[in-house]
Design a protein around this ligand. Structure first.
Ligand code: GLU
Length: 607
């Protein structure tokens, strides 16, 4: 703690908050939701997430002397209560951390993992020999991966925290016990899932209290989850990986508690307690690329986030994008992600199972080769064929590639920083909004359906595919928690949910901020479009109505309204970010309107 105290003076001269012993951490009684704002500016630490209860939980930990890692875990645990359809201890995620003491960025791969019994054809229907319909796989025990989130929290606290797990879980436990006020977003997400939630008795009991949708403004309590968090506080995460909580998970995966009147088939899963006992997080080198002289750090495979964001930026670094020509800047952004997705789909999977050319994908020379495909006057024809980072092709041929595999959208992202200048950028998920729809009975949380992120079959018979299922393998993710350093010091942190659109949201936000001169809040708020090597680009309504659209269409870009998920208006992503303005000043930013608007807070607002 001595080093950290010393750092206060250099990193945050304006901080005046007294350091309290970590054992003093308690959650405030919060009968009403904390006040919510998408932007906060100040000193001494900050948190941004999609939900004010969760952001407040992290800020309370920071105010009592916790680190960014402590705050990130407290925020994540609270998100497990108030955003249970996006994240929780039944899921996984990726944690990227800038350690101010060592001035290094490090990561934790806490991805869900396939049970040992999984095979390449586990998502093929034996009756037909064809891949399962995506929806059939989503609603199944088969799609549930071994959760990585509890292990991620324990590991983040061990490496960078000051709090025991029980203290970091305390604010969330209290919210679960006392309840939170149901907002439009929570009700809408429940409504969107209502039919399949009714098909699982434990899920209907928890999330459809009294058999009905929760009423906006009412209080939603989850005493089962509070008890589960208390058990984790008392016994540590061994309760899940080696104890009765894990046995409950495995039993539920093998025998989903399907309602007697349900006509939906929930295929049983393959998970055994031994799969939980085998689970470990992985300490991975972050990806690193440079953009406009800044160092951009991200998550390495098993996520495709870091390599694909990095490759797209490497491609864009060959051009001079500027706010003076927004049409060309957006055109280049769309073309860069179009190409980077072709390469991602061909090359990225779990590196323990596939030879993933991470360095090659991130090589500036490869970005330069791929950049030659981009014309300022016409679009590429998708699907573009992948390049070969092992044998770059200076011939500049686009070729014909494979279609984009189906990927769902959900998840949540948070960022946290503390008075010492540590930074956490953390994305956690249970995959689909509402996960597998299977709640572990009397435990208060949903299980993920993350194994649907595997490809169910290769794109063509016999085609190489690094993302087929296998026992012990991690499905390819798009999660892209990002930290940008300038001259070795934190400059930006950003990330988003949204399945494969996570990658495009992060790239677009960086382009908005770094090339188009927007502030971070404006860069996050700006209308989004997501091109992932398809003939048409998904876009939000505001993008479709933008003055740039007709000019982009004249270049050959084609747009379609992004699919509507759980909001009346289609949205892409829900970003959260931080910018460091120098002199200890922090700008924390969340979504102004997407998902009902997020929550940014600082420890000491600067007025
Ligand atoms: N399963 C997705 C992934 O890991 C994240 C879920 C989402 O944001 O939709 O890429």
């Amino acid at each position: 703690m001595g080093v950290r105290r010393a750092l206060i003076a250099s990193v945050c001269a304006a901080c005046t908050v007294a350091l309290l012993p970590s054992s003093a951490v308690t959650a405030p009684a919060a009968p009403n939701p904390p006040a919510k704002s998408p932007v906060a500016v100040g000193y001494g630490g900050a948190v941004s997430s999609v939900n004010p209860y969760a952001t407040q939980a992290g800020i309370d930990v920071l105010r009592r002397g916790g680190t960014a890692a402590d705050a990130a875990v407290a925020t994540a645990a609270a998100l497990g209560v108030v955003e249970p359809y996006s994240a929780g201890i039944g899921g996984g995620g990726y944690f990227v951390y800038y350690d101010a003491r060592t001035r290094r960025v490090q990561t934790i791969d806490g991805r869900e993992t396939a049970p040992a019994a999984m095979r390449a054809d586990s998502f093929v229907n034996p009756a037909t020999g064809r891949p399962l319909a995506f929806a059939d796989a989503v609603n199944s025990g088969l799609s549930v991966g071994v959760p990585g989130t509890p292990a991620t929290w324990a590991e983040a606290l061990r490496r960078w925290g000051t709090l025991p797990l029980g203290e970091a879980l305390r604010p969330a436990t209290r919210i679960a016990e006392e309840g939170f006020v149901v907002n439009d977003n929570f009700r809408a997400q429940t409504a969107m899932n209502e039919k399949r939630f009714r098909d699982v008795t434990s899920t209907a009991e928890l999330f459809l209290p009294g058999g009905r949708l929760p009423v906006v403004g009412s209080r939603f309590r989850n005493p089962d989850l509070a008890a589960t968090y208390r058990q984790l506080a008392h016994d540590g995460v061994d309760a899940l990986y080696h104890g009765d909580l894990g046995r409950d998970i495995a039993r539920t995966v093998q025998h989903p508690p399907v309602a007697p009147n349900s006509d939906r088939v929930f295929r049983p899963g393959l998970m055994q307690p031994a799969d939980l006992a085998r689970y470990t997080t992985i300490d991975r080198q972050p990806t690193r690329s440079t953009y406009h002289g800044l160092d951009v750090y991200g998550m390495a495979p098993s996520s495709s986030g870091g390599t694909t964001v990095g490759e797209a930026l490497n491609i864009l670094d060959n051009f001079h994008l500027s706010a003076g020509d927004r049409v060309q800047a957006l055109h280049h952004y769309l073309e860069a992600t179009r190409i980077a997705f072709a390469d991602r789909n061909r090359w990225v999977g779990d590196p323990a199972y596939a030879d993933v050319p991470t360095a090659g994908l991130l090589a500036p020379e490869f970005g330069k080769d791929r950049a030659c495909l981009i014309s300022p006057t016409a679009t590429l024809t998708s699907p573009v064929a992948p390049g070969d980072p092992n044998h770059p092709d200076p011939g500049c041929a686009a070729g014909q590639g494979a279609p984009q595999p189906h990927e769902g959208t959900s998840t949540t992202h948070l960022v946290a920083t503390d008075r010492w200048g540590n930074v956490a950028s953390y994305t956690l998920t249970i995959e689909q909004t509402g996960g597998s729809a299977i709640t572990v009975p009397h435990r208060g949380f949903l299980l993920n359906n993350e194994l649907t992120d595997f490809d169910f079959a290769p794109p063509a018979s016999g085609a190489p595919d690094p993302n087929l299922p296998a026992g012990g393998k991690r499905p390819r993710s798009s999660i892209s928690p990002t930290i940008v350093l300038r001259d070795g010091r934190p400059f930006l942190a950003v990330g988003s949910p949204g399945g494969a659109t996570i990658i495009t949201t992060v790239v677009q936000t960086l382009v908005n901020r770094l090339d188009l001169g927007m502030s971070l809040p404006d860069a996050i708020a700006a209308p989004r479009a997501s091109q992932r090597n398809s003939a048409v680009t998904e876009a939000e309504p505001a993008f479709l109505n933008s003055p740039e659209r007709p000019a982009l269409e004249r270049l050959g870009q084609r747009f379609v309204l992004a699919p509507s998920t759980f909001t009346p208006s289609p949205e892409i992503g829900a970003a959260a970010g931080l910018e460091f303005n120098g002199g200890g000043r922090i700008e924390a930013a969340a979504e102004p309107t997407r998902r009902g608007g997020g929550s940014a807070m600082v420890v000491l607002p600067s007025g």
